[in-house]
Design a protein around this ligand. Structure first.
Ligand code: PFF
Ligand code: NA
Length: 498
């Protein structure tokens, strides 16, 4: 695309506006909803440590590379990557990074909006006083009832997508700046308040230990892939969102501190969210590995116990909605900016992107109810126990069959031979989209971005664009982007997917 497209979308008012917008993108459901539940599913401490390592060795370096590319290209990630690949004589493969990112964006936005819909529902549930003095059972039943109602979920998903489209259509700058400036600090205050509550619960020490005691025997190679994927998801990396925001960053701003600030705030919010959730989990005998429903089954208990909990709980979920909102806007931005560069009005571009993501989101809505049994990548394991007639010794063997797609209930009901047991494990449509985007597409995008900036751009042009003041810091970063980040991502991929 020609250079005349550069700068059509406007520039942020200052470096601070970029920090606010990028933090708005980064801090979202990933921190408050996803981080606690995947930490619960992956056994706690060792997983948290892996996640922190991934943020440092892959997340921060790639984030810097991505913002740098965006600012140099000053166009949508698709056009920026095409221009950058050409200007630097890189293989054409690299110009596809932007495309892959736009596709991931559709996938992510589709399910992100569905989960954000749950948080919308909880604004209403909280305000109605449903959870005053709530027990664990009540909180679980209430959440179950919500998931079991596809029309309700569809309505909420629709509402959230409309809210997202509304801001995007107005332009990221006007739509976003003001809301983020005011609401991010409020979210922080609210988290501190909740932390204050969780410290007083009897499960606080257990919750703390769960998060920060590293028991490596609980770590599987799959958990490491999830930790890496989450580092990308939580920092909005590897798909162009941060690149798109980088394109609106003022030229003179230095990237180093700016990026560290965003990554630090994002990590802080995730850890605080964990410190709020797990003490409540343990205080009420709940299960850390409850999956995507974790925060919806724990937080209402906290609010139910707090004086003024109805009000505080309502306000909290309003803030989570807003955090999700400012993230959703950035997920759509790469595709919308691309369409605008191709001559569509911002309104039409927004409608097209949001409509497609909304349609795909219906699959995720149904994953939690009517289509719950329709699963992909299903592993069926048949375990056989044989008892030796003379010694009475038991030997166990198991055999796994892989199904690309199966109805898990039908599969579980197939007749079995004597002495065998079957377990069936697969991914719903929602699980599949979540897995493919966070654990495959985003890290893959990250590897390509790191390799591109590290190996195809000259040291001089990268240094001129980054404007990192300390030469030491710049050298460390460049070394990471050239060697450490690609190698780390590559190794985790090969290990985890084998
Ligand atoms: N970083 C966001 C979160 O943690 O909720 C999610 C996200 C935003 C992912 C933007 C991807 C993206 F482009
Ligand atoms: Na995040």
């Amino acid at each position: 695309m020609s250079a005349d497209k550069r700068g059509v979308h406007g520039i942020w008012g200052s470096r601070w506006t970029f920090i606010l917008a990028a933090t708005g993108s980064a801090v979202g459901l990933g921190n408050i909803w996803k981080f606690p539940y995947i930490t619960g599913e992956n056994g706690g401490g060792a997983f948290v440590l892996m996640y922190l390592v991934c943020i440092l060795v892959a997340g921060v370096p790639v984030m810097m590379a991505e913002v740098l590319l965006g600012r140099k290209g000053r166009m949508s990630p698709i056009h920026t990557m095409q221009a950058m690949a050409r200007e630097n004589n890189a293989p054409r493969l690299f110009s596809g990074i932007g495309w892959m990112g736009a596709v991931s964006g559709f996938f992510i936005l589709s399910f992100y909006s569905v989960i954000a819909g749950w948080t919308l529902a909880y604004v209403g549930k909280m305000a109605s006083g449903e959870f005053a003095g709530a027990t664990g059972e009540l909180a679980q039943a209430s959440f179950g009832a919500l998931l079991g109602d596809p029309w309700m979920l569809l309505g909420l998903h629709t509402l959230f997508m409309l809210m997202t489209g509304f801001v995007i259509a107005r332009g990221v700058k006007h739509g976003l700046e003001d809301s983020v400036r005011l609401l991010m600090p409020m979210l922080f205050l609210m988290l501190i308040l909740l932390l204050g509550y969780s410290i007083t619960t009897p499960g606080f020490v257990q919750g703390w230990d769960f998060l920060f005691i590293f028991d490596f025997s609980k770590l599987t190679t799959h958990s490491v892939v999830v930790a890496l994927g989450h580092a990308f998801f939580t920092l909005s990396l590897g798909m162009g969102a941060i690149m798109a925001y980088g394109a609106y960053m003022p030229s003179q701003a230095s990237l180093g501190k700016t990026i560290l600030a965003v990554a630090f705030l994002d990590t802080l919010v995730a850890l605080v969210a964990g410190l709020i959730i797990f003490p409540i989990v343990f205080s009420h005998g709940l299960e850390p590995a409850s999956g995507p429903g974790l925060i919806f089954q724990t937080l209402p208990i906290a609010f139910g116990a707090l004086p003024g909990g109805t009000l505080i709980g309502t306000a909290f979920f309003v803030l989570v909605v807003i955090a999700a909102w400012s993230s959703a806007i950035s997920i759509a931005e790469p595709a919308v900016a691309w369409a605008v560069e191709n001559g569509f009005s911002r309104a039409k571009a927004t409608f097209g992107v949001c409509f497609l993501a909304w349609l795909l989101g219906i699959g995720s809505v149904l994953s939690f109810n009517d289509w719950g049994d329709e699963q992909f990548f299903v592993t069926e394991t048949i375990a056989t126990t044989v008892t030796d007639a003379t010694t009475g010794e038991e030997t166990q063997s198991s055999e796994s069959v892989f199904h690309l797609y199966a109805n898990t209930t039908a599969l579980s009901e197939e007749p079995l031979a004597e002495g065998t047991e079957r377990s069936v494990k697969g991914k719903t449509f929602f699980d599949l989209l979540d897995f493919i985007t966070a654990n495959v597409m985003m890290p893959l995008g990250g590897v390509f971005i790191a390799i591109f900036v590290g190996w195809f751009m000259s040291r001089e042009s990268v240094a001129a664009e980054a404007r990192v003041k300390s030469p030491l810091l710049f050298n460390i970063w460049r070394f990471m982007v050239r060697y450490v980040s690609p190698a780390a991502i590559f190794i985790i991929f090969v290990e985890g997917l084998s």
